[in-house]
Design a protein around this ligand. Sequence first.
Ligand SMILES: *[C@@H]1O[C@H](CO)[C@@H](O)[C@H](O)[C@H]1NC(C)=O
Ligand SMILES: *[C@@H]1O[C@H](CO)[C@@H](O)[C@H](O)[C@H]1NC(C)=O
Ligand SMILES: *[C@@H]1O[C@H](CO)[C@@H](O)[C@H](O)[C@H]1NC(C)=O
Length: 403
Amino acid sequence: MASFHCYTLFLSLIISTVAAQNSLILPIRKDLKTSQHITTFRMGSNSAAINAVVDLGGPFLWFSCNDYASATYAPISCGSAKCEATKGIGCVDCNLPPRPGCTNDTCGASPYNPFLDVLVSEGYAVDTFYPKSGAALPDFSFSCMDKEYLAGLAAGATGMLGLAKTQISLHRQASAKLKLADTFSLCLPSSGDGILAIGIKPKSVKSTPLIVNPVSTYPIYTTGDASDEYFIEVKAIAVAGARLNLKDSYFSIDKNGVGGTKISTLQNFTAVHNSIYKPLARAFAKAASDMRIKSAAAVAPFRACFRSDSIARTAAGPAVPEIDLVLGGKDATMWRIRGANVMVEIDRKTTCLGFVDGGSSPRTSVVIGAHQLEENLLEFDLVSSRLRFSENLLLMNTTCSKI
Ligand SMILES: *[C@@H]1O[C@H](CO)[C@@H](O)[C@H](O)[C@H]1NC(C)=O
Ligand SMILES: *[C@@H]1O[C@H](CO)[C@@H](O)[C@H](O)[C@H]1NC(C)=O
Ligand SMILES: *[C@@H]1O[C@H](CO)[C@@H](O)[C@H](O)[C@H]1NC(C)=O
């Protein structure tokens, strides 16, 4: 009963903070075809609606300006203080008729489309950003992207919204303009509308330090640049309460920036180093078998699959062994992944362990993916460099679309 009271308190805290003034709220929905999480906002004097893929590790907002028209659009000129703040590289010109995205002497941007794995030479600009609710952000910095590089994005999406630790990510620009603490909350839905909220004081009970990877993870960078992505310290992994016997070295980040654990909204399923995947899948299959869950033929990209009719149900999805990420920091807390966050229902007959093999030499040993983040409230507190997290909201009888 004690834990039930704690959940109730926690919930009312979330609700009261979401209703607070001076915050910025954007909806997030899941595109079922690509599994990308998409948000919508408006830009410029014509209030153009833009659908963009939410990219937690992305450095800034970019979208296609080919068909964009706005009286308040202004390119950032090279050499300007604004260009300095964007960390723009070089100066770009354009020999075609002038339009947004085609101007001379423009501060150079390098937007990256990870689905195509292409880095494009473009220019930075500013215009007004209008969230679904909350204050408009004038002079918001972003990069244009030519529409020929949009392949891989969900139908209707023309850009990506970056939330990394850069000076020009959405939360950093919003908190600077609105004089808010630099914090944001992200709740990826499995269905319905989730939420991206900025300027809300984190309230989740569990937290862990955000740590720095000393080497950039972006396709282009200057020597000495640290990664702008969100890394946390996972010290061990347990299945059904039993710690896996794994080498510590996978969990630490070496001087070349290799190893460790990051969170990514672009990765569909948590991907782990092959030397972690094998014992994880083995321990999971054993613990599942102890629960009388019957195995089934594997369905790629998964390797551990089970008969759906042998799995009981709980409020948080299928009743299966839990997977714990044992976290670092003095809190020594644990991120317990359960039910629907552990399993992927392939069809009515087959349900698989929703973790994938990241190969034998991944840059990052553990990449926590979107499936494991869905229906979890994540609160990034850049003031105290901490990640606060709720674990699966279904356990509290709520979802991302209800908070
Ligand atoms: C994610 O899943 C979708 C289907 O739901 C698939 O089309 C896409 O290729 C996957 N992406 C990655 C990076 O695995
Ligand atoms: C950029 O400058 C060149 C040379 O002066 C000019 O021909 C071109 O039209 C300009 N481009 C734009 C987009 O104004
Ligand atoms: C969960 O919510 C539903 C509908 O909102 C309600 O009927 C049910 O009693 C709630 N269960 C618990 C355990 O609070």
